[in-house]
Design a protein around this ligand. Structure first.
Ligand SMILES: *Cc1c(COP(=O)(O)O)cnc(C)c1O
Length: 509
């Protein structure tokens, strides 16, 4: 299937190409379950974007998925280049492949396979061609997200691809005899990112801090070999979705106040001239009220939740992960609950909204979600606190939900453990829609803070340097922190018998 993607106010368009198999069978998934027969590749290949890969069959399915997408794209790319006049020796003049995270890494051996077996190009030349036409974007330093596949698994999916990877490993080892940069390690595990870096002409991180961490720490041995390949490309978001589309009231106010150029240039700096303009500020506040009304209606319709019209909207929406620290916001909720219970009633009711998905086999993420849901129910059932505090979990958080909730937010929670969030993008979406950012100095928050100035952002917590130092020293002691009275009170709340009886005791424990 092809989908045209037009540019804003442009005559040209890009083409998005989607690949699927006619043999895929929806009937393999019973009801809303995520369990299915993972051995039937022809029937299940594209049923799930990220199938559970906690077992061997799941991992094989992932490799089949990745290889299917990459092979389709590589064949299409070659056919289109030939159509446009390439003799394939000059393929690099016709196409560049941006390897977006490690998932499409097999495009490197696949292009080499196609050039050598179907187009009569010698192996060495094919390697040279591919080396000048692929580049790699790194999206994370989390070890569990950097793909490493057993060579034997790759052999099962495609012996031809595995053979080429073995040869590429030999090329890389001949050039750089250092086990830290090997593609295939001593356990016959293939490090996909290492293949990208040796055989790509460029590698980038997605925020200034992230790129610096890649260069200085995570990918330092590669930076020593190829300093010229490294650069930063800080992530961005599209105004068309996150202002024009998601926040029409704000968009037309901007048109009115600063003209319509911002829609194509993204330049909002003229707005600063109105910093003391009472009329503009009032109209700006009215756009927030309007966005809240749309969000409240969405939540009422989708999941029957009533959110007070005068509530402060405090939002953390993003994948559920320990490093993003939804659990820390949950501890804050317990603190706020106890504070209200002690008679400190807030002037405005506060609604804290969570939303997010998690990897299917990530048990701790499920436990964190369960804690949030139990808090939501516990607080709703307490008449002393419910009028002042509400906790909402968005069901099936996705881009549609994000487009409703982000424009409505007063507070944007960007509270990852410094050094762990490569960039973040919802930080940008919220800032653009006039939420106040509460954040650690992580990922692109650092650059946002530099741009808006300290007086327009609320930062806290350890710096990435301090976090790295704690790892280096091995001195971080969660037990000692837990035993501090302020924190012990909050953590122990989770395991008090009445609270555990509200939820699932085992998960809360
Ligand atoms: C923007 C967005 C994300 C990414 O959020 P981060 O805070 O950058 O992790 C995830 N899911 C949806 C639906 C989004 O719109």
């Amino acid at each position: 299937v092809n989908i045209d993607v037009p540019g804003y106010g442009q005559p040209t368009k890009n083409r998005l190409r989607l690949f699927d198999l006619a043999s895929v069978d929806d009937g393999l998934v019973p009801g809303s379950s995520i369990d299915f027969d993972k051995t039937k590749i022809a029937k299940n290949l594209t049923l799930f974007l990220y199938p559970d890969d906690s077992d061997e069959q799941g991992r094989l399915l992932r490799i089949y998925q990745e290889y299917f997408m990459v092979s389709n794209a590589a064949q299409l790319l070659i056919d289109e280049a030939v159509e446009r006049g390439s003799n394939l020796h000059d393929l690099a003049d016709y196409a560049v492949v941006q390897i977006n995270d490690t998932h499409p890494t097999m495009v490197i051996p696949e292009l080499i396979r196609l050039l050598t077996t179907e187009h009569d190009i010698e192996f060495d030349e094919a390697v040279t061609i591919v080396r000048s036409m692929v580049a790699y974007t790194n999206h994370t330093i989390l070890a569990e997200a950097l793909e490493k596949w057993p060579l034997a698994s790759l052999q099962k999916v495609s012996p031809a691809i595995a053979d080429i990877i073995v040869k590429l490993d030999e090329v890389a080892k001949a050039e750089h005899d250092d086990p830290r940069v090997a593609i295939i390690d001593e356990h016959d595990t293939v490090h996909m990112a290492h293949m990208d870096i040796h055989f790509g002409f460029s590698i980038n991180g997605v925020a200034a801090l992230h790129t610096k961490i890649l260069e200085d720490t995570e990918l330092h041995p590669f930076y020593e070999i190829y300093p010229e390949k490294f650069s930063n490309k800080t992530n961005g978001i599209t105004f068309r979705r996150w202002i024009h589309g998601a926040n029409p009231a704000l968009a037309s106010l901007l048109d009115d106040v600063i003209g319509t150029d911002w829609r194509s240039t993204g330049d909002l700096s003229k707005l600063a001239e109105f910093v003391d303009d009472k009329d503009v500020l009032e109209r700006l506040a009215a756009t927030k009220t309007e966005a809240k009304a749309i969000m409240r209606q969405f939540m009422a319709l989708e999941q029957g939740v009533t959110i007070p019209s005068n509530a402060i909207i405090d939002v953390q929406v993003k994948r559920i992960h320990e490093y993003k620290r939804q659990q820390m916001l949950a501890l804050y909720i317990i603190w706020k609950y106890l504070d209200i219970k002690n008679g400190n009633k807030p002037k405005h009711p506060v609604t804290i909204i969570f939303g997010g998905k998690a990897a299917p086999a990530y048990t701790i993420a499920q436990d964190i979600i369960h804690l949030i849901l139990t808090l939501s129910q516990w607080i709703a059932n307490d008449p002393d606190v419910a009028p002042y505090l509400q906790v909402v979990m968005i069901e099936n958080y996705n881009v549609t939900a994000a487009e409703r909730v982000i424009p409505a937010a007063d507070i944007s929670e960007q509270i990852s453990l410094a050094s762990k969030e490569a960039s973040g993008t919802s930080n940008m979406k919220f800032m653009l829609n006039g939420a106040l950012t509460l954040c650690t100095l992580d990922g692109a928050n650092v650059e946002i803070a530099e741009l808006v100035g300290d007086e327009n952002i609320y930062t806290f917590g350890a710096s990435s340097k301090q976090v790295e130092q704690l790892y280096a020293d091995g001195t971080y002691n969660a037990g000692a922190l837990y035993r501090k009275p302020g924190i012990k009170l909050l953590v122990d709340f989770i395991t008090n018998p009445a609270f555990m009886a509200t939820g699932n005791a085992e998960r809360l424990q």
